[in-house]
Design a protein around this ligand. Sequence first.
Ligand SMILES: *Cc1c(COP(=O)(O)O)cnc(C)c1O
Length: 351
Amino acid sequence: MSWDSNIRKVTPYIAGEQPRQADIIKLNTNESPYPPSPSVAECIAGIIADDFRLYPDPDCKSLVHALAEYHHVKPEQVFVGVGSDDVLALSYLTYFNSSQPLLFPDVTYSFYEVWADLYRVPYRVIPLDDDFQIVAEDYHTANGGIIIPNPNAPTGVFAELDVLEDIVRRNRDSVVIIDEAYIDYGGTTILPLIDKYDNLLVVRTFSKSRAMAGVRIGYAIGSKRLIKYLSDAKFATNSYTMSNFSLAVGVASLADEADFREKTAQITATRTWFAEELIRLGFSFPKPMGNFVFATHSTVPAADLFITLKKAGIFVRYWNRPRINNHLRITIGTDEEMRTVTEFLKKYLGK
Ligand SMILES: *Cc1c(COP(=O)(O)O)cnc(C)c1O
């Protein structure tokens, strides 16, 4: 077929399953088990259909200003998009146009190589060490950009900030993106360093800790210059990315800090006892710093556990990829859900 040779062919990202049965325990895509803040529900109750008649504000001022205030930065340092996947994809288009390779860890968010493929960005994966830790020196090499999640996904490993700062400092001629999708479960943010390094971009999402994966809100914070370039690319693609609805509920979520803290603290508390149970059951894992545990069992293969759990209505995530094909990523749900999982594993493993 003649036109086929003109097609941009890509291997798409494979998202975790979204089964719609009601009676399952869904621990496979790191969503929050709790509802968003009541302030979000109140906001929705106040929305009327006529609010959707006009185009939304293309500058997303309401949400940008709320985020700037929340993070103590200037509005010119904030960019919002349709989930962090949208922000990250646009970041690839904007920042990674070098003939030198983009660098990211070998075990990481699998979307990173998909965008590299989509935008024809050359890339090189940098192996994590045997404990799934980032080795800063390995990033002291010619590159056209760097992207690293902290904590990393799916390992849950948190990189100390001096490690990441070393990478940002040694690569002043590249844009370094730190994807902080899981920063709200005990890690320390690298955000304060954006004032020191104009090549550092921090990306966040409302999908995990703000329990709003279904609304699609993500954002980036960085130097004014970085944000200006990202914004230019957006206005060259689609000016109206954020609906009136998502702008309104995003602002509402940020207004309720107490609820946010309470729920993230609850998830980290659940994580603590669940991790102890897993150890008793013969699992091991790197110190979990996200809302999930990345566990391997001493005797039972992860692939078998994955299938067994699924048959029991417990959905977790498994990747048949090098280095991680004997691990399961288990999202932290409610205490009740995690008790059910623990009881099931006790019986299955004969403990
Ligand atoms: C979940 C996740 C994202 C995407 O989040 P959305 O805002 O829902 O698009 C980005 N990066 C990492 C590492 C994630 O785990």
